[in-house]
Design a protein around this ligand. Sequence first.
Ligand SMILES: C[S@@+](CC[C@H](N)C(=O)[O-])C[C@H]1O[C@@H](n2cnc3c(N)ncnc32)[C@H](O)[C@@H]1O
Length: 392
Amino acid sequence: MGKVVLSGKGRRWVEGGHPWIYGDDVAAGEGEAGELVPVHAPDNRPLGWGVFSTHSKICVRMVTRSADQPNREFWLKVVERAIRARKRAGYLDAEGACRLLAGDADGLPGFVLDRYADVFVVQSGCQASDRMRDFLLDLVREVIDIPMTAVLDRSDTGVRKLENLEKHTEWIDGTPRETVLVKEGDLQYEVDVIGGHKTGHYLDQRENRLLAASHADGVRALDAFAYDGLFGIRAALAGAESVVCLEQSATSIERLLRNAKLNGVEDRVTVEKVDAMTDLRRRAIAEEKFGLVMVDPPAFARNKREAKGAARGYLELNRRAASLTEAEGHMVSSSCSYAVRRDEFQDHLAAAVREAGRIGWLEHYTGASPDHPQRLNLPETAYLKCAFLRLD
Ligand SMILES: C[S@@+](CC[C@H](N)C(=O)[O-])C[C@H]1O[C@@H](n2cnc3c(N)ncnc32)[C@H](O)[C@@H]1O
């Protein structure tokens, strides 16, 4: 069995609560790819157990601060705790969808499991989650009372390269399916589990879409960076007079149109295949106005180095969005760049509203849905910010 001894700085880091240990903070260590290893202080005092990576800069991800080696019972408890939290939050209705296991945020390094009705999609992002995949899926089967009719392993994210892992997508159980139909209250939508973004859908925006829709009744709404249209369709279901969606991906647009039809709002939801940044500028110059403007772009910064360039992007995008929002209307602006902190994003919004010559009030400032838990002491899990502004 491998073992890791930390430097003094590494010890302080672990005792400070962050579960990731970088290679620079390891004084001596060895282990197999994804192996569970004991972690020790420089004086050999046990600090807990973590999973080892032979390749990543994150050399160890701590899983417990106890000296006892994690066993099957330990992992079962971790899985049960995560699934119980989804159940309590009302996410386990048979036809619905949710993130069941949110990787490091749930204490399961690199292991993400999303559920779309009875279809489960695994996304593994590190050596340990590859090694533990089948074991963890067996524990989920033991705990959950929803049939796991089909299981897809969609381990195709870029982070795998950092762990020297190949990308792959394979059905590991059940009959392959391309799309799954999900029902979420009065909303229905199609999920492309093979080719869609993430594991097929942006589950993290569920509550934010509902809150945005509470401002939609009787207004013209704009949904920029719409993906398959669920901010816009939610707004239409809540009584928006009309919704314009902007999206550049042709496959997302096709699904958006099918989703609009499924929900019976196709007469009020239109979509334009455009570069949203350019189109928002064109509309702002034309002095168009909407009662509800929703902008949810892809991450502008993938790391701290890119945060400065991202600041300009967020300022420009939100200045255009603010110009398009009518007096006493609402603007809902998201950022999924974890490298841009909440206070920084709020500063970008304040500058954008000011430069648009408007006055703004921050009515709500939320994050991801509760099935994407934000783990304290692991700031990387606090990636999504969603600001609800009223503008005059
Ligand atoms: C974060 S996702 C939006 C998620 C969506 N709002 C939802 O709730 O499911 C960003 C979307 O913006 C699209 N996109 C990226 N750059 C774009 C651009 N310049 N113009 C239009 N759409 C763009 C992507 O194809 C993707 O669907």
